[in-house]
Design a protein around this ligand. Structure first.
Ligand code: AMP
Length: 388
């Protein structure tokens, strides 16, 4: 399909790591003990009842088991309801989806506002949409998901339905903009999730094009795990007097036991992985490898060795990616082998182990990878293979 490549800039095609230089990371940074018992308990200043949001949203929150706001929700929801632009420096797993989704849905239910949510990957876009749909259950909210690798015809039909919420990846949103099938001037709320990742993936120009076309009188939310100069400059250009909320990213990694696995030959590497995977503590695991081909090869090798494994990477069709993720979520496979590009942002709560079969490109990617384990207050394990 000609639109397939639109969410994947050319330098990421073929091999997820081609052309990307790895930064040196001191192996000592891969070793850390979880400090679950020492983690400060955050005392929320508000309860969900305190927020002046549509009662239906509160009912749906209760049904989802949300009792107390997470730190980012506690700090962002009130100012967001007052109309402030928000910068959330927060990682995945902090509850940032509800932090923007609740104010956004309340406003949509109150008036004819429309919201555009931009995410770096197709999986994250789908996950955000399903969260939004579940928060709004019982209302007549219409949403559309604009991602590559999915039927453009269905997206055109969804857009003709005048959805109040559109969630998408930059490439496909830009395609619709160029076709004239989406009129961005009608959107007065915008959310950019994982801005740093979006820029890493080469989406700066598309994102700027999209932001320039939105209603100039609007409310903007920016979420990013890191605030480097590129991210800051984009935010400064496109926000008004934003409120910055910092949620310590170290919180997510402090609940993760981290260690290295040393090997000296490739044959030793795979047998050490095999030994790890048969140990009974490892019940659900993501294994990261560099390239699409490497991921495919490793997944096939593990299946040949009798493991229940599947793979996810940018070289697979969207349908295949969704099926692999769904099998992993529903415990039909216990091992998911993944590239960084495909696995970022996915929310599977019961992952016990993250294994870096290849080292991440930089420390920030490392933190993102290991953040897949130890979510929702559980201690997780991260193991990084090091060639000694
Ligand atoms: P997020 O960072 O938005 O992807 O959320 C991470 C996970 O935490 C998701 O599974 C959410 O459903 C869950 N979650 C977010 N906020 C809360 C909350 N206030 N109470 C309970 N679970 C939550």
């Amino acid at each position: 399909m000609s639109y397939h490549s639109s969410n994947h800039p050319p330098r990421r095609q073929g091999s997820a790591s081609r052309g990307i230089k790895k930064a040196y990371i001191d192996p000592a940074k891969f070793v850390n003990s979880a400090q679950a018992s020492e983690t400060e308990v955050y005392v929320a200043k508000h309860s969900f009842e305190d927020f002046n949001i549509n009662p239906l949203l509160k009912t749906n929150l209760r049904a989802k088991g949300y009792v107390q706001p997470s730190p980012i929700q506690d700090q962002a929801i009130l100012p967001a309801l007052e109309g402030r632009d928000i910068i959330g420096v927060a990682d995945t797993g902090t509850g940032k989806t509800a932090a923007f989704a609740l104010p956004l849905l309340h406003k949509i239910m109150l008036s004819n506002s429309r919201a555009l949510v931009i995410a770096p990957t197709r999986e994250l876009a789908q996950q955000i949409n399903s969260d939004i749909v579940s928060f709004a259950r019982g209302s007549n909210l219409r949403s559309a998901v604009l991602i590559g690798g999915a039927s453009i015809g269905q997206q055109l039909r969804d857009l003709r339905n005048a959805p109040q919420v559109v969630v998408g990846t930059p490439g496909r949103i830009k395609d619709h903009m160029d076709r004239g099938s989406i009129k961005l001037g009608t959107f007065s709320i915008v959310v950019l999730d994982e801005v740093d990742r979006m820029l890493d993936m080469g989406f700066l120009v598309s994102v700027k094009n999209i932001l320039q076309q939105l209603n100039p009188i609007r409310q903007s939310f920016f979420f990013s795990a890191t605030l480097d100069t590129r991210v800051k400059s984009l935010i400064e250009t496109f926000s008004k007097d934003p409120l910055s909320i910092l949620v310590k990213t170290s919180d997510s990694s402090s609940s993760i036991n981290q260690n290295v696995v040393r090997f000296s030959h490739p044959s030793e590497k795979i047998s050490k992985l095999h030994d790890l995977l048969i140990s009974k503590e490892v019940s659900k695991v993501i294994i990261f490898d560099d390239t699409q081909r490497g991921v495919e090869r490793l997944s096939n090798e593990l299946i040949a060795r009798g493991f229940s494994a599947d793979s996810i990477h940018g070289g697979k069709s969207q349908g295949q990616r969704q099926r692999s993720l769904s099998k992993f979520k529903h415990d039909e496979v216990k091992i998911l082998v993944a590239t960084d590009v495909a696995a970022r942002g996915i929310d599977v709560p019961d992952i016990t182990h993250v294994i870096n079969y290849s080292q991440p490109n930089n420390y920030s990617d490392y933190i993102h990878r290991i953040g897949r384990a130890g979510r929702a207050g559980k201690v997780g394990y991260a193991l990084t293979f090091i060639n000694s």
